[in-house]
Design a protein around this ligand. Structure first.
Ligand code: 4NP
Length: 161
């Protein structure tokens, strides 16, 4: 059985598709691609079908990430299909809790901020870059590269991979 991880933000065009790309590369680098399914979704459906924001794609591509996810809203099925549902900020978490249909589904929700270690003194969540400049997108990538490694380490330990 594959371990299924879903990254969730608001629009699914900035933070969560970037998290998906960062996590997928880490998993590939560790030779674990066959053990994982990584996806992303948004709690807002207005960007459905779109590629990630051009600014996110630009900054990610400078670090070697090719982000080609198509935005989609989270569905109730996702709460059954995925093992771990990762919220980027507190607002995302609240939206997800509202959508969860049972305590068991709710228990799958974790905060990306809990895995930020290196930048912990400054951030305990992944801030929305949508109305920010280039630094906002670079910050998102810095936080995601920090957090995804720690999240993956925890999963590897928990599932004895
Ligand atoms: P994301 O960023 O949640 O990281 O994808 C946003 C994308 C779109 C909007 C807000 C945040 N928006 O308001 O359309």
């Amino acid at each position: 059985m594959k371990i299924k991880v879903l990254f969730v933000c608001l629009g699914n065009i900035c933070r969560s598709p970037a998290a998906q790309g960062v996590m997928q590369r880490l998993i590939n680098e560790r030779g674990l691609a066959h053990r994982f399914e990584i996806d992303s979704a948004g709690t807002y459906s207005g960007h459905r079908g779109q590629l990630p924001d051009p600014r996110m794609r630009h900054h990610a591509s400078r670090r070697g990430y090719n982000l080609n996810h198509r935005a989609r809203p989270i569905s109730s099925d996702d709460f059954d299909l995925f093992d771990i549902i990762v919220a980027m900020d507190e607002s995302n978490r609240r939206n997800l809790i509202r959508l969860a249909a049972s305590p068991q589904q709710e228990s799958k929700i974790v905060m990306m901020g809990d895995y930020i270690v290196k930048l912990r003194a400054h951030y305990d969540y992944v801030p929305d870059p949508y109305y920010e400049g280039a630094e906002g997108f670079e910050l998102v990538l810095d936080l995601l590269e920090d957090a995804c490694g720690n999240l993956l380490d925890e999963i590897i330990t928990k599932y004895k991979l």
